[in-house]
Ligand binder design. Sequence first.
Ligand SMILES: C[C@@H](NS(C)(=O)=O)c1cncc(N2C(=O)c3ccc(Cl)cc3C2(C)C)c1
Length: 478
Amino acid sequence: RALCSGAAPRRLRPFEAIPRSGRNRWLDLYRLWRSSGFQDFHLGMQSNFQRLGPIYRETVGAYSCVNVLLPQDAARLFQAEGVFPRRMGIEAWTAHRRLRNHKCGVFLLNGEEWRSDRLLLNREVISPAGTRKFLPFLDAVARDFTAVMRRQVQKNARRSLTIDLHRDLFRFTLEASSYALYGERLGLLEETPDAESQRFIGAVETMLRTTLPLLFIPPHVMRWLNHRLWRDHIAAWDTIFQHADKCIQNIYQEFCLGQPRKYSGIMAELLLQAELPLDSIKANITEFTAGGVDTTAMPLLFTLFELARNPAVQGALRAEIRAAEARGPRELSAVLGALPLLRAALKETLRLYPVGITVQRYPTKDVVLHDYRVPAGTLCQVALYAMGRSPEVFSSPERYDPARWLSKDENSFKALAFGFGARQCIGRRLAEAEMMLFLMHVLRNFQIETASKEDIRTVFGFILMPEKPPLLTFRPID
Ligand SMILES: C[C@@H](NS(C)(=O)=O)c1cncc(N2C(=O)c3ccc(Cl)cc3C2(C)C)c1
């Protein structure tokens, strides 16, 4: 085909010819550790692409990988992922599970074990039918959150509320995901939120923060050093598992006392389904409980900030929400289906602030990335942060413009914030619904403003987060 199109067939280049960042893997690890470069990892990748081009190889400490940022290279990588797609493991996490004799959830499993758990979980967690069942639970929590905010505003003489919302957002996402998972309200939105749940949120933050250095340093070295980092990491995991166990015990007891008459959350459905063994249900529900807090709270904070500094976009979204509401009360999935601009705003937020800054795969067969031969089994990753801000991929990438996702033009393999294919984020529909419902109720009830028009500096703490959470002002709309 290349010949008849007149173009000379592109010569394939050898793997060794791929440009390399850094010089010495251990020196670069030391430098990264010293310069707290872990938290600027995403920025380092972005400048490497600017220096070396759209593909390069990186070796830091024990970790070595090929980085790409163009959609067509992402497409080729995913086409080579095979039936058991695999990401880089997190040794520190599996080390904890072994230490405590816990099973792993789908995030940490691979091969046949991963596939059998994943197929059984999909029906209740990510399928349209499963999602429809837990939408009302998320809507109830989003309504409660907005009502608590309105009460808060009434107390202020100025009838507005200026606040760093990030702690409240953690409580919202934990309250919402726990209600969908366990069918139980934790009561986190009340004035005096439950102390144990607060401790859980803190433990998730500590666990994520201490995971970062452990990604680059083999944990057996850490354990040998019995480094404080390792002790904090394990203690945080123990708190996470204790909390999830308490929630699971409650619902398991009720389940044994008699079948719940109507839908009471994902966990109850999995127990009723009786296909996944209890310890697998526990391992996965624990992952979902811990994985459902920061991952969804951060994009909400970034979206509120961008809408505050882009009032025209905020107005267009409010108009869309009012129009959808004017069409009368309908099933929640229909309401969410009538908010394409709001869904596009979430895509735009995740383009600029991707919670997971990369998506990784080990190709199961040799693959050609940007005309280079890459052997099967090489760790490759799509740099989502660099892709989202690359002028080669997005026109005026610095502009927050949700409408770019509605145009007819080629957007394939550009919206990768939830990953791709059979191994994509299983919490995607839960996260999307939580964020859509939250923003729908907040935008209908409040005008959002911010004094700072400056970009937010982001740091990589396993989750992409703001270095300093923005201060936002909420003015009630009567
Ligand atoms: C940030 C991004 N990293 S990623 C998967 O793209 O490399 C991500 C996306 N979706 C979910 C997560 N999770 C967490 O935060 C988390 C915490 C504790 C546990 Cl037990 C399990 C998790 C998971 C992996 C579900 C993380």
